[in-house]
Design a binder for this molecule. Structure first.
Ligand code: HEC
Ligand code: HEC
Ligand code: HEC
Ligand code: HEC
Ligand code: HEC
Ligand code: HEC
Ligand code: HEC
Ligand code: HEC
Ligand code: HEC
Ligand code: HEC
Ligand code: HEC
Length: 469
C-alpha cells in the first residue's frame, strides 16, 4: 500500500516538474516569443497566479497561442485584442471572475465572483474626472502581469501592502482634489500613528488596514448608510476582530468592548434608537489614528459631547487630585465601554455611591461631607418636585387654573437636572445655588397649590352651609 502511494506521489511530482519545463510550456508561443524578447510582461507573468494555473497570455489578450509566427498568433481574426484600455481592462478580468461556471467549474477555484459587480457599485466605480472610464480598474490594485494571491507577501493587496496601494491615490492631494476637494488626504499619515498602523508597518498582518475597515471591492463613501464605517455599522466592523477572543488573547487585551458597548447607554442610543449623536467606537478612538485615549485625553473625548460636565470637572478639586494619581477623569466614575445611565444612587456615601470609594469620615472628610450634602439635596429636590406635581394635578382635577404653576414646575425639573450636572463642580456652594433655586421654586408651586386648596375648601364650605337651594 505504502509503496503504491509513494509511487503515485513520485509520478505526480514528475508531472509537476514537467509542467514547469519550458519545453512543455513552449506550446504557449506567446510567452515563448515574448520571453525571448525579454519583454517585461512575460518575465513578470512567470510568477503570476494565472500562469501557475496554466493560463496563457491569450487568456486575457486573445489570439492563437499555438502559432509561432507573430502574424498568425497576434491575429485579430484569431481573436487578438491587443492592449485593452479604459473599462475594457476590467471587462477582460470579469470575463472569468464574474462567471461562476468559469471560476468554479472550469478552474475548480473557490474564489468568489462578485468583484466586478461590487466594484461598479462602489465609490471607485464612479466615472473618472476625464469621464472616459471608472476611477479604478482591477489592475489599479492588482497589477496586470505578475498578479499574486492576496496571501502572497508581495501582492499589492496583501494586508501589509494595502495601505501603500490605497495611499497611491489617497495621499496624493493634487489628484484627489480634482475629485473631491473636501476629502482629506491624511489617512495613511494618521494610520501610521495608530496601534494598527504601527504594528502593520512592523509586519503584523492581523491588525486592521484600510480594507479591513472599508472593504476592498465594495468601498462606499463614509456617509453612505451601507458603508462599513457608517456610525451604526462601525461597532460591528471593529468587533469583527475585537470580539474574536482567540485573536485578542494573543495580544493580551480583552475582547469584550463590543459586548459592553452594545449594552451601554451609548450603544443602546446608537444601535437601537439610531441616535447619531451617541458615540460609536471611532468617536472615542479616532478613525485612522485609533488608539485608546490616554488618561490625559479621556475627559477631552467625553467633553466633545458632554461639554458642561467636562468644563465643571476641569475647574473642580478633583482635577488636580486625579491628575496627581494618574486617574482618568470621567472614566474613574463612569467607566468607558459600559457607561450606564447615571442615577442619583451614584452620588452620596451609600453603598452604590461612587464617592464612597474614596471618601470616608476618617480619611477624607471634606469630600465625604459634601457628597452626603449633595445627595440630601438631590433627594429632597426629587421629593419636593414629586409633591408639587401631585398637588398641581389635584388642583387641576378640581378645575382650578394651574397654567402658571405648571410652568414653574418645569423650572423645578430644570433645576434638578442642572444640579445633576453641577455635581461635577464637586463644590458645595456652586451645587447649592442650583439646588436651592429648585427647592425655592418647588416650595412656591406647593404654596400656590395649597392656597388654591384653601380657596376651594372655603367655597365648598360656603356652598354646604348655604344648602343646595
Ligand atoms: C514570434 C513572436 C511573437 C509571438 C508568437 C507573439 N508575439 Fe506579441 N508581440 C511580439 C512583438 C515583437 C511585439 C511588439 C511589436 C508590435 O508592437 O507590433 C508584440 C506585441 C504584443 C502586444 C502589444 C500590442 C500593442 O498593440 O502594443 C501584445 C498585447 C502581445 N504582443 C500579446 C501577444 C499574445 C497574446 C500572443 C499569443 C497569442 C503573442 N503576443 C504572440 C512578438 C510576438
Ligand atoms: C490576467 C490578464 C493578462 C494576462 C494573462 C496577460 N496580460 Fe498583458 N496586459 C493585460 C492588461 C489588462 C494590459 C493593459 C495594461 C494595464 O492595464 O496595465 C496588458 C498589457 C500588455 C502589454 C502592453 C504593455 C504593458 O505592459 O502595459 C503587453 C506587451 C502585454 N500585455 C503582453 C502580455 C504577454 C506577452 C502576456 C503573457 C506573457 C500577457 N500580456 C498576459 C492583461 C493580461
Ligand atoms: C481566463 C480566466 C481569467 C481571466 C481572464 C482573469 N483571471 Fe484572475 N484568476 C483566474 C483563476 C482561475 C484564478 C484562480 C487561481 C487559483 O485558484 O490558483 C484567478 C486568480 C486571480 C487572483 C488571485 C486571487 C487570490 O487572492 O487568490 C487575482 C487577484 C486575479 N485572478 C485577478 C485578475 C485580474 C486583475 C484579471 C484581469 C487583469 C484577471 N484576474 C483575469 C482566472 C482568470
Ligand atoms: C481598490 C482596490 C481594488 C480593486 C480596484 C480591485 N481589487 Fe480585488 N482585491 C483588493 C483587495 C484589497 C483584496 C484583498 C482583500 C479581500 O479579499 O477583500 C482583493 C482581493 C481580490 C481577489 C481575491 C478574493 C478572495 O476572496 O480571495 C480577487 C479574485 C480579486 N480581488 C479580483 C479583482 C477583480 C476581478 C477586480 C476588478 C473587477 C478587482 N479585484 C478590483 C483590492 C482591489
Ligand atoms: C486610482 C486611485 C484610487 C485608489 C487606488 C483607491 N482610491 Fe479610494 N477613492 C479614489 C477617489 C478619486 C475617490 C473619490 C471619489 C469621489 O468622491 O468622487 C475615492 C473614494 C474613496 C472613499 C470614499 C470617501 C468618502 O467618504 O467620500 C473611500 C472610503 C476610499 N476611497 C477608500 C479606499 C481604499 C480603502 C483603497 C484601497 C483598498 C482605495 N480607496 C484605493 C481613488 C482611489
Ligand atoms: C480601523 C478602521 C479604519 C482603517 C484601518 C482605515 N479607515 Fe478610513 N475610515 C474609517 C472611519 C471610521 C472613517 C470615518 C467615518 C466617518 O467619517 O464617519 C474613515 C474615513 C475614510 C475616508 C473618508 C475621508 C476621511 O478621512 O474621513 C477615506 C478616504 C478613508 N477612510 C480611507 C482610508 C485609507 C486609505 C486607509 C488606509 C491607509 C484607511 N482609510 C484605513 C476607518 C478606518
Ligand atoms: C482586522 C482586525 C481589526 C479590526 C477590523 C480592528 N482592529 Fe483594532 N486591533 C486589532 C489588533 C490585532 C490589535 C493589536 C492589539 C494590540 O497590539 O494591543 C488592535 C489594536 C487596537 C487598539 C489598541 C489596543 C491596545 O491597547 O493595544 C485599539 C484602541 C483598537 N484596535 C481599536 C479599534 C477600533 C476602534 C476599530 C474599528 C474602527 C478597530 N480597532 C478595528 C485588530 C483589528
Ligand atoms: C465613550 C468612549 C468610548 C467608546 C464609544 C469606545 N471606547 Fe474603547 N476605550 C475607551 C477608553 C477611554 C479606553 C481606555 C481605557 C483605559 O486605558 O483605561 C478604551 C480602550 C479600548 C481598547 C483597549 C483595550 C481595552 O479594552 O482597554 C480597545 C481595543 C477598544 N477600546 C476598542 C473599542 C471598540 C471596538 C469600541 C466599539 C465597539 C470602543 N472601543 C468604543 C473609550 C471608548
Ligand atoms: C467623581 C465621580 C464622577 C466623575 C469623575 C464624573 N462624574 Fe459624571 N456623574 C457622577 C455622578 C455621581 C452623577 C449622578 C448625579 C445624579 O444623578 O445625582 C453623574 C452624572 C453624569 C451625567 C448625567 C447628568 C448630566 O449631566 O446630564 C453625565 C452626562 C456625566 N455624569 C458625565 C460625566 C463626564 C463627561 C465626566 C468627565 C468630564 C464625568 N461625568 C465625571 C459622578 C462623576
Ligand atoms: C459623540 C458624543 C458623545 C461622546 C463622545 C460621549 N457621550 Fe456620553 N452620551 C452621549 C449621548 C447622546 C447620550 C444620551 C444617550 C441616551 O440616553 O439616549 C450620552 C449619555 C451619557 C451618560 C448617561 C447620562 C444620563 O443622563 O444618565 C453618561 C454617564 C455619559 N454619556 C458619559 C460619557 C463618558 C464618561 C464619555 C467618555 C468616556 C462619553 N459619555 C462620551 C454622547 C456622547
Ligand atoms: C477615585 C477617588 C475619588 C472619588 C470616586 C471621589 N473623590 Fe472626591 N476627592 C478625591 C481626592 C483624592 C480629593 C482630594 C482631596 C482629598 O484627598 O480629600 C477629593 C476631593 C474632593 C472634594 C474637595 C474636598 C476638600 O476638602 O476640599 C470634594 C468636595 C469631593 N472630593 C467630592 C466628591 C464627591 C461628591 C464624589 C462623588 C460624586 C467624589 N468626591 C468622588 C478622590 C475621589
Amino acid at each position: 500500500m505504502r509503496t503504491q502511494r509513494g509511487c503515485r506521489v513520485y509520478l505526480f511530482t514528475l508531472l509537476l516538474a514537467a509542467a514547469a519545463q519550458p519545453s512543455v510550456r513552449a506550446q504557449d508561443q506567446c510567452l515563448a516569443c515574448h520571453e525571448a524578447m525579454e519583454d517585461k510582461s512575460a518575465l513578470l507573468f512567470k510568477r503570476d497566479v494565472h500562469f501557475l494555473k496554466g493560463l496563457s497570455c491569450a487568456s486575457c489578450h486573445g489570439g492563437d497561442k499555438s502559432r509561432e509566427e507573430m502574424d498568425e498568433s497576434m491575429n485579430k481574426e484569431a481573436g487578438f485584442l491587443g492592449v485593452p484600455s479604459g473599462d475594457e481592462v476590467s471587462s477582460v478580468c470579469a470575463a472569468c471572475h464574474s462567471d461562476e461556471a468559469v471560476i468554479v467549474k472550469t478552474y475548480r477555484s473557490s474564489l468568489p465572483v462578485d468583484q466586478m459587480a461590487s466594484l461598479t457599485a462602489s465609490v471607485h466605480g464612479k466615472s473618472s474626472i476625464k469621464g472616459d472610464q471608472r476611477i479604478a480598474q482591477c489592475t489599479t490594485c492588482h497589477g496586470a502581469h505578475g498578479i499574486l494571491s492576496k496571501n502572497n507577501r508581495s501582492s499589492p493587496v496583501h494586508p501589509l501592502n494595502v495601505p501603500a496601494t490605497c495611499a497611491k491615490c489617497h495621499s496624493n492631494p493634487q489628484y484627489l482634489r480634482s475629485y473631491n476637494p473636501a476629502l482629506p488626504v491624511d489617512q495613511l499619515d494618521k494610520y501610521r500613528t495608530s496601534v494598527h498602523g504601527k504594528k502593520n508597518a512592523a509586519g503584523d498582518a492581523n491588525v486592521a488596514e484600510c480594507a479591513s475597515c472599508h472593504g476592498s471591492h465594495d468601498i462606499l463613501p463614509a456617509k453612505d448608510v451601507r458603508s462599513r464605517v457608517y456610525a451604526t455599522n462601525l461597532p460591528g466592523t471593529c468587533g469583527s476582530c475585537h470580539s474574536d477572543a482567540t485573536l485578542m488573547r494573543k495580544y493580551r487585551i480583552p475582547a469584550d468592548q463590543l459586548v459592553k458597548y452594545s449594552r451601554s447607554v451609548h450603544g443602546i442610543a446608537l444601535l437601537q434608537k439610531k441616535d447619531l449623536g451617541a458615540p460609536a467606537c471611532n468617536d472615542c478612538h479616532g478613525n485612522h489614528g485609533a488608539v485608546p485615549p490616554g488618561v490625559e485625553s479621556i475627559s477631552k473625548v467625553c467633553g466633545t459631547c458632554h461639554a458642561l460636565n467636562a468644563e465643571l470637572f476641569s475647574a473642580s478639586p478633583h482635577k488636580k487630585a486625579f491628575d496627581q494619581r494618574k486617574l482618568p477623569e470621567c472614566e474613574t466614575c463612569h467607566s468607558h465601554h459600559d457607561v450606564v445611565a447615571a442615577t442619583d444612587e451614584l452620588l452620596g456615601v451609600g453603598k452604590e455611591a461612587v464617592c464612597a470609594w474614596c471618601h470616608s469620615p476618617e480619611k477624607s472628610p471634606g469630600g465625604y461631607e459634601v457628597a452626603r450634602t449633595m445627595r440630601t439635596f438631590v433627594d429632597s429636590l426629587l421629593a419636593e418636585e414629586n409633591k408639587a406635581t401631585q398637588l398641581v394635578a389635584e388642583a387641576e382635577q378640581k378645575g382650578m387654573e394651574v397654567g402658571e404653576a405648571k410652568f414653574k414646575l418645569r423650572e423645578v425639573r430644570q433645576a434638578r437636572l442642572e444640579s445633576r450636572t453641577k455635581v461635577h463642580s464637586f463644590d458645595e456652594s456652586q451645587f447649592r445655588e442650583v439646588a436651592e433655586r429648585g427647592l425655592t421654586s418647588a416650595a412656591a408651586v406647593s404654596e400656590e397649590a395649597a392656597e388654591a386648596f384653601v380657596y376651594i375648601r372655603r367655597l365648598e364650605k360656603e356652598q354646604s352651609s348655604r344648602g343646595p337651594f
